[in-house]
Design a binder for this molecule. Structure first.
Ligand SMILES: Cc1cc2nc3c(=O)[nH]c(=O)nc-3n(C[C@H](O)[C@H](O)[C@H](O)COP(=O)(O)OP(=O)(O)OC[C@H]3O[C@@H](n4cnc5c(N)ncnc54)[C@H](O)[C@@H]3O)c2cc1C
Ligand SMILES: *[C@@H]1O[C@H](CO)[C@@H](O)[C@H](O)[C@H]1NC(C)=O
Ligand SMILES: *[C@@H]1O[C@H](CO)[C@@H](O)[C@H](O)[C@H]1NC(C)=O
Ligand SMILES: *[C@@H]1O[C@H](CO)[C@@H](O)[C@H](O)[C@H]1NC(C)=O
Ligand SMILES: *[C@@H]1O[C@H](CO)[C@@H](O)[C@H](O)[C@H]1NC(C)=O
Ligand SMILES: *[C@@H]1O[C@H](CO)[C@@H](O)[C@H](O)[C@H]1NC(C)=O
Ligand SMILES: *[C@@H]1O[C@H](CO)[C@@H](O)[C@H](O)[C@H]1NC(C)=O
Length: 508
């Protein structure tokens, strides 16, 4: 099998001898789609329409893809005739309007967060809090319901969408305007790519602004027993990193400061030097068959994470003390430090699990996870965090979208989502050795099953395995699924845009 290679010459659909594997950002060994027949890389919205028309006329499944920044084999259906439309070259930004501090901008399918953020910054505008980490397309984030972390501000990316142009199963553009009372809009704001290709998005922007980022260390019991709503909601955005082996949390908070505040802080969660990358890999691999090395590695990571993971954007010097100050995008998201590479370039690959729970049940969920950690120790196979920033705990203000993680709509699993949600995001290192199993692999499955069975949790749409989606269906609202499926049927009666996720939740 040939590995993913971008093929140019958009409309020449010649037959290849072998199927292509389309990988996630992690590269070889991490398929997003096992077998696809072709990867197109168009440069205009018109070209995308032509590809969809051509494929639909031949009965070939189509999936759009931005930068493949997702974790598992859930992008496509398992049909080897699938064609991928890689959107990164369709990335125009236009129509900026900014009046009295608020406005909008139109971005094409392949425009990424850093690209749009830089463009807006040069024009005195900013993406507000609906930002997502890393080099991800805004359209891909809208499709999959991606979010940052806030109980006070809207932080799901699609909450900033004012209008969407979607290329449906006929290859026609359907223009939608925001209307939170309309089923089509409620489907389009977390469409899972099943309505078609999001070709353009008009998104809300605000005047450029600066924020501080501050961090403190809390004892585990002071978080597990805290009123988390009280602890998080005062901040424009905030999150925890949990270090279960240390019995500690980092609490990171952000707030607005005057635009003339000194500082050019630039964050990177993923930048590593050659030395760090190679050292981390050998440390982490050594914990594949033994518990203790994982706790030792966690202690090292915990120490490193206590200092700001920020550089000065202009001098590239590390910032050593909290709080740090800078432009919102640079502080909240940032990017790679000059001269460094992302961790996955050093074979530091991860698996993850992300589930949202109503904030009213957040303490109970965290305590249950603590019990499971304790159980692993009692069983003589103690598990802890093997990720360089620990276990990430995020939050979400309610946002209504049929398939959104923070919608208040409930089905059989009733729960109060009105105060918002906590997202439990548990990344873990995948060893490069042996069969790539993690230490006490069975424990991870027990964790997921326990949380899904005991809490009304909803899955993040690109951070979970097929098996997690299967288990989670019982927690989804059947009425929302039915109404989503009706809209999907109108957009794409021939099921050109189907995916494994759509099939598992029964909307295709
Ligand atoms: C390092 C890293 C950090 C991340 N941080 C966060 C975070 O902070 N919060 C969060 O919620 N998520 C986060 N994610 C997940 C990420 O936001 C989603 O996986 C997002 O969908 C990836 O977008 P992409 O542009 O790379 O799209 P891809 O990964 O290429 O595609 C993801 C899915 O969206 C579909 N899709 C992509 N583009 C379109 C389009 N134009 N029209 C229709 N469907 C489309 C694809 O078919 C696929 O099913 C992170 C991922 C990584 C790798
Ligand atoms: C991919 O397609 C090939 C034939 O082209 C087939 O042999 C193989 O089993 C397929 N793999 C998967 C995982 O579907
Ligand atoms: C981000 O993605 C774009 C394509 O969308 C690519 O050109 C660019 O090199 C990427 N940047 C990084 C830092 O990976
Ligand atoms: C909902 O929006 C769609 C698409 O814009 C439109 O066709 C439909 O008439 C709207 N429905 C209602 C009930 O307004
Ligand atoms: C940063 O956090 C520390 C520890 O909680 C606190 O003492 C300090 O006042 C905070 N600073 C700002 C600017 O919020
Ligand atoms: C862990 O054990 C497996 C065999 O069970 C082996 O293949 C693998 O190499 C071991 N990992 C390390 C880091 O020694
Ligand atoms: C919800 O409950 C009904 C009645 O018990 C059942 O038939 C249905 O399958 C359940 N739906 C889901 C999604 O579990």
């Amino acid at each position: 099998m040939v590995s993913f290679a971008v093929l140019f010459g958009a409309l020449s659909l010649f037959q290849l001898g072998a199927a292509l594997t389309y990988n996630t950002f992690d590269g070889d060994g991490f398929p997003a789609c096992y077998n696809v027949s072709k990867v197109y890389r168009p440069s205009t919205v018109n070209e995308i329409q032509s590809i969809v028309k051509d494929a639909a006329s031949k009965g070939l499944p189509v999936r759009a893809s931005g930068n493949g920044h997702m974790w598992y084999d859930t992008m496509c259906s398992d049909d080897p005739n699938t064609v991928i439309i890689k959107t990164d070259a369709v990335n125009q930004i236009s129509d900026l309007v900014l009046q009295n501090g608020v406005g909008s901008v139109v971005v094409e399918a392949g425009a990424t967060f850093p690209q749009v953020a830089e463009w807006l910054h040069a024009r005195g505008a900013s993406l507000s809090y609906t930002l997502v980490n890393w080099n991800i397309t805004i359209a891909g984030a809208i499709a999959m319901g991606a979010h940052r972390s806030s109980l006070r501000e809207d932080s799901q990316v699609s909450s900033a969408a004012l209008a969407l142009d979607i290329i449906n199963g006929n290859g026609d553009i359907v223009h939608l305007e925001r209307d939170q009372t309309n089923d089509t809009w409620l489907a389009a704001t977390t469409s899972l790519g099943l309505l078609g290709v999001i070709a353009r998005a008009k998104i809300a922007v605000v005047a450029d602004f600066k924020v501080y980022s501050n961090q403190t260390i809390l004892d585990e019991e002071d978080v597990l027993n805290a009123d988390l709503y009280e602890q998080i909601s005062p901040y424009v955005t905030a999150n925890y990193w949990w270090w279960p082996g240390q019995k500690k949390f980092h609490l990171r908070t952000y707030g607005v400061v005057p635009i003339d505040t000194w500082g050019n802080a630039f964050q990177s969660t993923f930048s590593v030097t050659d030395v760090e990358g190679n050292l981390a890999l050998s440390l982490l691999n050594s914990g594949q068959n033994a518990s203790l090395p994982n706790f030792a590695t966690e202690a090292v990571f915990y120490g490193l994470w206590s200092a700001p993971n920020f550089h000065d954007k202009i001098t590239n010097l590390p910032l050593l003390f909290w709080p740090v100050y800078g432009y919102a995008y640079d502080v909240l998201i940032g990017g790679l430090y000059p001269g460094q590479k992302p961790e996955w370039d050093y074979n530091l690959h991860g698996k993850t699990l992300e589930l949202a729970v109503p904030i009213t049940q957040a303490n109970a969920l965290l305590k249950r996870v603590r019990e499971l950690f304790d159980q692993s120790a009692k069983d003589g196979m103690a598990v802890t965090s093997t990720y360089r920033s620990g276990i990430n705990i995020k939050f979400g203000k309610p946002f209504d979208s049929f398939l959104g993680q923070t919608t208040e709509r409930v089905g059989n699993r009733t729960a109060d989502w009105s105060k918002g949600a906590m997202m439990f995001d548990f990344p873990s290192f995948v060893p490069t050795t042996g069969d790539h199993h993690r230490y006490n692999e069975a424990w991870y499955a027990t964790l997921a099953k326990t949380l899904i069975d005991e809490f009304p949790v909803r899955p993040h749409w690109t951070k979970n395995t097929r098996d997690i989606f299967r288990q989670s269906v019982k927690n989804l609202d059947q009425d929302s699924l039915n109404r989503f499926a009706k809209v999907r049927e109108q957009f794409d009666p021939k099921k050109t845009f189907r995916s494994i996720v759509g099939e598992i939740i029964g909307v295709v």
